[in-house]
Design a protein around this ligand. Structure first.
Ligand code: SF4
Length: 300
């Protein structure tokens, strides 16, 4: 392996080296994509557009969320239910209802339809094409409303502390920096990463960040949007990153690169059952020796 290891690949290797081998060496991937990845990429695209001064960042939400209609994805009730109730039922959106009517829905309450369709997913029951389309529409509009909310929090609480945006999505040896900016009250250019999380980050999370130290940041920041509270102000943590920490992280990257170069990919069985709240997508391959649910990635 000659290419420098990015932060995401470094993390992947340390969750489980075998998982790294499956994804990066054997090019296997799950057939279906988790919803949270589609939503994450929607938010990234909207925030990038906002930083670049685009007049309508939410336009990029609609484009990215179009994937919900063309790709197979998995979703759990807990990921979307409170947002459906917050965004689609208290302030019903006429166009959702109208679109649902065009595919034959005659009900009155969107949350009842959503509840019924999500139960079908939970129970692994058959869904007709119209039912799948109805669920996709509900998730699309819910996610778009949530994205709008995040963008408005970004405009209200983050943009005012920025004096100048220096770069957006700059590629570095250790991955892509969300953005670099001059912030009010700071002399250094600050390297910032946007996150969404259910719990607040620790106040020293920047100082000990492998990701931000790996980018070579002297001053780094996390902007953390609260996943569960759509009204919460984003948490902004800005800290210096000591040279010692940057060197420590670079050494750790190099050690990991050496392990990969020498084909050391042991299984970390402690990671099989729980990864970001889900079982590992390669569980069947490791434990049942079947490639069901996996496909080989096309290499471009
Ligand atoms: S199932 Fe377990 S051992 Fe296999 S790749 Fe996933 S985490 Fe690693």
């Amino acid at each position: 392996m000659n290419k420098p290891l990015s932060y995401s690949s470094y993390s992947l290797y340390h969750i489980c080296p075998k998982k790294y081998e499956y994804e990066k060496i054997q090019f296997l991937q799950p057939e279906v994509i988790p919803y949270h990845l589609i939503f994450g990429s929607c938010i990234d695209n909207c925030l990038n557009a906002a930083l670049e001064g685009h007049p309508d960042p939410i336009h990029f939400a609609s484009i990215t969320l179009g994937r919900l209609f063309t790709e197979q994805y998995t979703i759990k009730r807990k990921e979307i239910w409170s947002d459906i109730n917050e965004f689609l039922t208290k302030f019903p959106i006429l166009c959702v209802t109208e679109e649902l009517r065009t595919i034959g829905w005659k009900g009155e309450k969107i949350e009842e339809l959503a509840d019924y369709l999500l139960s079908k997913i939970e129970n692994n029951e058959y869904m007709s094409e119209n039912q799948k389309t109805a669920l996709n529409l509900i998730i699309f509009y819910t996610a778009r409303e949530k994205a709008k909310n995040i963008i408005s929090l970004f405009y209200k609480h983050v943009l005012p502390i920025i004096e100048e945006v220096i770069s957006v999505q700059r590629q570095t040896k250790r991955g892509i920096i969300d953005f670099e900016a001059k912030l009010k009250g700071y002399d250094d250019v600050v390297v910032l990463d946007n996150k969404t999380a259910s719990r607040p980050y620790k106040l020293d999370s920047v100082e000990y960040s492998i990701q931000l130290a790996g980018y070579g940041a002297h001053t780094g920041a996390y902007v953390v949007f609260n996943k569960n509270n759509n009204k919460a102000k984003p948490q902004i943590i800005i800290q210096k990153i000591p040279e010692h920490n940057r060197n420590l992280v670079e050494d750790a990257y190099k050690d990991t690169e050496e392990l990969i170069r020498t084909n050391i990919f042991p299984r970390n069985l402690n990671s099989c059952g729980k990864q970001y709240g889900q079982p590992c997508p390669y569980l069947n391959l490791c434990w049942k020796n079947t490639q069901d649910g996996l496909i080989k990635k096309e290499i471009k």
